[in-house]
Design a protein around this ligand. Sequence first.
Ligand SMILES: *[C@@H]1O[C@H](CO)[C@@H](O)[C@H](O)[C@H]1NC(C)=O
Length: 249
Amino acid sequence: MGTKAGAWRKQLLLFTSAVLCSLALGKGTVYTSEPEVRVAENNPAKLPCTYSGFSNPRVEWKFVQGTTTSLVCYNSKITVPPSKPTVNIPSSATIGNRVVLSCSEQDGSPPSEYTWFKDGMLMPTDPKNNRAFINSSYTLNQKSGELVFDPLSAFDTGEYSCQAQNGFGTPVMSNAVRMEAVELNVGGIVAAVLVTLILLGVLIAGIWFAYSRGYFDRTKKGTSSKKVIYSQPTARSDGEFKQTSSFLV
Ligand SMILES: *[C@@H]1O[C@H](CO)[C@@H](O)[C@H](O)[C@H]1NC(C)=O
């Protein structure tokens, strides 16, 4: 009798755990009619998927590439993680000027938002909020990715990078680029102006020299060479010029 009761208890235990298990796991099934879809590049692809038995379903599509898995569809919305953003940062910029740094990437869906870093430190939206940036005047646009210094100050020299994130996948960091805030180079400007003036002087002198040697006259006569044959090359007085004309008539 004792063994019989024991066996029954065992069966009950198995039965109860089986019911609990199926309750916990749910009886839902997911299946696809086409497990392998092949489509030529740049063509639309349809990935069919059907499910049943879920009381409160939420459909997610995931893209598995090597060891990384990314969410591509969540709540019927396509989501693609951002790609590495490209930055446009001048290597040097003049203090006192308005300087625009930009950062963008095209793959993020929904569109990425951007944050900027200076020397690895997160830049606050308002520079007045952080002592490290108190001497800077800039504005940040998280949506467009633009960082505008207006005006640029000597304190803004540093290594800048930006980060794109859209809430899916991991945030992606751009390359870091060093920007040097430099004083207006007065010496350089003076030198450039002097060189330009000297070149201009040389050019004018050259033209004047060519003109005084009659270079331009000769090239004109060259086009009507018959006149040259009848004219006397050294004759320059009015009387002789008339004579030359009469020869031609
Ligand atoms: C800001 O400017 C003041 C005055 O020129 C200077 O003493 C201070 O070190 C600067 N702060 C930073 C973070 O560069």
